[in-house]
Design a protein around this ligand. Structure first.
Ligand code: ATP
Ligand code: MG
Ligand code: MG
Ligand code: MG
Length: 518
């Protein structure tokens, strides 16, 4: 391996600090301070928002920043930037990731920003220019925003061939922090993992072959609450380079999960799963049993597959568990605990997903999740020492929450099994009954996103229309302050299984379960 994650992080910081006069600012905690527009810190720029807006207290240290470099802990699992549903399915979106970034606050602008980025990637990290594509903002007539031809020409002047400089619209090349906040046209650098052909049509297509690495945002506006764009007091540069994706390139790895940030974690997950090599079980007594479990569960070590089917499912579970345990550790270290609202609720969902995938799919014993924490700390503790300081606390919170959820999980899965048997030879599957979903959610605290995932594995969907109605009704009652007449949709979870026997009705929207609300 040419570059370890530690070296790659350090090289980035040193390039901008020593080489180009940037000040090193530590990562902010993942819980945003004093910004109700955010659930979690989702980009390196969040802590610098007051500088960009020109609202920083002039006596504060912040107000003095001109050039800054940092490595920011980011969580994208809620709000405008929410990648939770992609995690595990693809190999390059995480709920927690590290964003390397450099900033100019009213100092250098587009030309220097592009030149520095190009020099760092091609000279210092040694990437071959013929694997790189760059993009620029093509403008948007609707909002009266002009094309960023200046940036296009800067790339051409830096020697990037014309066919590798690609225009994109608002969606891809106009970056916004949230529904409100600083924003502006951006220019991105994408990497072609295969090489040897024209891959320009794969840029920005969610293909694992050509992956977005670095976003250079030219901050020029603030998105106001009424949706309008207000010009900012000065022009700034805000960049974000995903460390995990950068490492996949520099370590010549097929994906983020095959780098030194994930590999030891995946190996550890394999070890703690029942089919793994438990030292204690290396006896004649256990071996045949383990081999049998291995065969029936077909859980080998992590294999990197993204395919549908059993193998894909196991590898997805590996990725979900590896991703989620990092997020849990980082959030808990920063004081966000699994809970009932806001970021806490998101973290609770993440924990419950992790528990489900580790126990149900990977057959790991209870407590396995918490036992992974030292490996996370080993990998990330140097860069983020708060992980070391809170290691025991993190494990304890995870163990407690796992314990709390396990009986609900088991009960919920039993109900799901009874309600929606594994796909048989029916060509069309009926919708999963909404009252059952609603009751799992309400009475067992079974996360609906987790139910969706489990149903998807069986080629099923919940009856979304009716479920939304039930959730709406509940919401309205709650806001009216009463819990009074909810009994009409209060179902006894133990009697739910009988619902399936009430038959299937064929409607225009496809087959539906028939059920009576008691
Ligand atoms: P994508 O299009 O791949 O979802 P993005 O355009 O949403 O990425 P930006 O907001 O531009 O990402 O963030 C800057 C950089 O942070 C990206 O170029 C990428 O390297 C990295 N990044 C963004 N989201 C994730 C994620 N969920 N996991 C890992 N890295 C990420
Ligand atoms: Mg994204
Ligand atoms: Mg993108
Ligand atoms: Mg981007």
């Amino acid at each position: 391996t040419r570059f370890s994650s530690r070296e790659v992080r350090r090289t980035f910081i040193e390039f901008f600090e020593g080489g180009h006069g940037h000040r090193v600012v530590p990562s902010a905690p993942v819980r945003p301070r004093g910004d109700p527009s955010l659930l979690f810190v989702n980009a390196g720029m969040n802590q610098f928002k007051p500088i960009l807006l020109g609202t920083a207290d002039p006596r504060s240290e912040l107000a003095g920043y001109r050039r800054v470099v940092n490595s920011q802990k980011c969580v994208r699992a809620g709000g405008k930037h929410n990648d939770l549903d992609d995690v595990g399915r693809d190999v390059y979106h995480h709920t927690f990731f590290e964003m390397l970034g450099n900033w100019s606050f009213g100092d250098y602008f587009k030309e220097e920003a592009c030149a520095m980025a190009w020099s760092l990637l091609t000279e210092h990290y040694g990437m071959s220019p013929d694997r790189l594509y760059v993009s620029y903002f093509s403008g948007d007539a609707g909002s009266g925003l002009p094309a960023d031809e200046e940036t296009r020409d800067i790339w051409l002047d830096l020697g990037v061939p014309r066919e590798r400089v690609l225009p994109f619209g608002l969606q891809e090349n106009f970056w916004e922090m949230g529904d409100t906040g600083p924003c502006g046209p951006c220019s991105e650098i994408h990497y072609d993992h295969l090489g040897g052909r024209d891959a320009s049509r794969l840029v920005n297509t969610a293909s694992p072959e050509v992956v977005e690495l670095w976003n250079l945002v030219f901050m020029q506006y603030n998105r106001e609450a009424d949706g309008s764009l207000r010009p900012l007091p000065h022009h700034s540069v805000d960049t974000g380079l995903g460390l995990e994706r950068l490492l996949a390139v520099l370590q010549d790895a097929p994906s983020n999960y095959d780098t030194d940030l994930f590999r030891p974690l995946l190996d550890h997950i394999h070890q703690v799963s029942y089919h793994g090599d438990h030292i204690n079980y290396h006896t004649d007594h256990f071996r045949p049993l383990l081999d049998h479990i291995h065969q029936v569960s077909r859980c080998g070590p992590y294999g990197g597959r993204v395919a549908a089917g059993v193998e894909g499912r196991v590898d997805m579970a590996y990725r979900v568990v590896a991703d989620h345990i990092r997020t849990l550790a980082v959030c808990i270290a920063d004081g966000v605990y699994p809970g009932m609202s806001g970021p806490e609720l998101v973290l609770r969902r993440i924990l419950r997903r992790a528990v489900r995938f580790s126990t149900e799919v990977l057959q790991a014993p209870h407590g396995a999740l918490g036992s992974l924490v030292p490996t996370v700390v080993h990998i990330l503790g140097d860069a983020y020492p708060e992980l070391q300081r809170h290691q025991e606390q993190i494990s304890a919170v995870i163990d407690d929450n796992e314990q709390q959820f396990l009986s609900s999980l088991q009960q919920g899965v039993r109900i799901i099994n009874k309600t929606a048997p594994l796909p048989s030879n029916h060509s069309i599957q009926p919708l999963f009954p909404a009252p059952v979903a609603w009751s799992l959610h309400r009475n067992l605290g079974f996360p609906l996103d987790l139910l969706d995932l489990i149903l998807e594995e069986r080629g099923l969907q919940v009856d979304r229309v009716l479920l939304d109605q039930l959730l709406d009704t509940q919401q309205k009652r709650r806001s009216e302050g009463g819990t009074g007449s909810e009994s009409e949709i209060q179902l006894d979870v133990h009697s739910l299984a009988s619902l399936q026997h009430q038959g299937v009705e064929h409607t225009d929207q496809g087959p539906k379960y028939q059920y009576n609300l008691h």
